[in-house]
Every structure is written in structure tokens, then in C-alpha cells.
Design a protein around this ligand. Sequence first.
Ligand SMILES: Cc1cc2nc3c(=O)[nH]c(=O)nc-3n(C[C@H](O)[C@H](O)[C@H](O)COP(=O)(O)O)c2cc1C
Length: 180
Amino acid sequence: MTILITYSTAHNTTALLAKRISARLTTILPPSQHVEILPITSIPTTCAAGIIPYSAIILGSAIHMGSWLHPAKKFISQHQSELGEKPVWAFSVGVPATEEMAREEEKKVEGEIRRHVPELKGHRLFKGKIERNDLPWVVRTWFRWFPGEAKFGDFVEWEEVEKWADGVGEELKGVLEGGK
Ligand SMILES: Cc1cc2nc3c(=O)[nH]c(=O)nc-3n(C[C@H](O)[C@H](O)[C@H](O)COP(=O)(O)O)c2cc1C
């Protein structure tokens, strides 16, 4: 059986998180469970067969302007019915300015995912990376998550990512052994 980790990224941080999650799952799951990582854009949205072979799915996306990237939104909208038949987890990657904004953003994004994947098993917002050059100038001027001072740098908390992946791995063991 194969577990799919599929992600949407603009500047590669989400891909790095997907790889770390995959590495943790590989150590936790029995050898009969394979983990495959693919960019969301490599899976045809028009073809249900694209995700049917997988026994569980972990979806990840960077957050831009308070929402998942377009390819990730399109994916959950177009694969809604297949996703409803599998255990699905999701993670988001953003750089919210404060812990309070992080909680708000996590809740909001999760609500958007659940509109298409109501049985979502779990969702987590992780801190990512941002450089000044990643932002179009116009965004710097009005973006909500810039309340004052711009915040640039690498904020990835790898331990948090690993802890989450380990939790998903343990849940997956139970779900897959139960034959769901
Ligand atoms: C144009 C742009 C818009 C962004 N909007 C948000 C946002 O609304 N909320 C947030 O938490 N982070 C936001 N970010 C930060 C990114 O989510 C963060 O840099 C993340 O690590 C990007 O992941 P990626 O490298 O996989 O693209 C934005 C970044 C860019 C470049």
C-alpha cells in the first residue's frame, strides 16, 4: 500500500516539509507501506485515477494571502469525492506575524479544506520561510499579515514538523491495520 504526500509550493519550503514528513513516516510505518511524494501539479485534476491507488493522503500547501495556493485548492475541489473515501491529513506553511494570527489562520484555512474534505483527520499550520524578494512590492504595502514591521527569515520549526509526522504515522498504522 502506498501513502501519497502531495504539495503545492511557491518557494520550495513546503516541498522540504513534505520530504521531512515522508522521512519520518518511512521510519514509523512497516516496510509494506510505501510513501510517495509528488508536487500537486503533477497529478491530473481531471482524472480520478490519479489518486485512487493511494491508501491515505497527506496534502500540503504554502499559504498566500490567507489561503492555500491555487493548485492545492483546485486539487481538493476536483478530487473531492475520492478524498472522501480515504484517510486525509493536511498541513499548511505560512509566516503569520503573531501566535494569535497563526491560530486564526490555521482555523480559517482548515475551514476551507473541510468544505471539500469534511472528514479531514487533522490539519496543522507550520511556520515557513520568507525572504523580502519573495514578495511583490504591492503585497508588502497592504498585506494583512504585515501589521507593521515586516518579518523575514527562516522560521521552520523542524521538531514540530517531526512531532506532527510521528503522530500521523501512529494514526496511520491504526487506520491501515483496521483496513480502512
Ligand atoms: C506572495 C506571498 C504571500 C504570502 N501570504 C501569506 C499569508 O497570507 N499568510 C501567511 O502566513 N504567510 C504568507 N506568506 C508566507 C509563505 O506562506 C511562506 O513564505 C511559506 O514558507 C512559503 O512556502 P513555499 O516556500 O513552499 O512557497 C506569503 C508569501 C508570499 C511570497
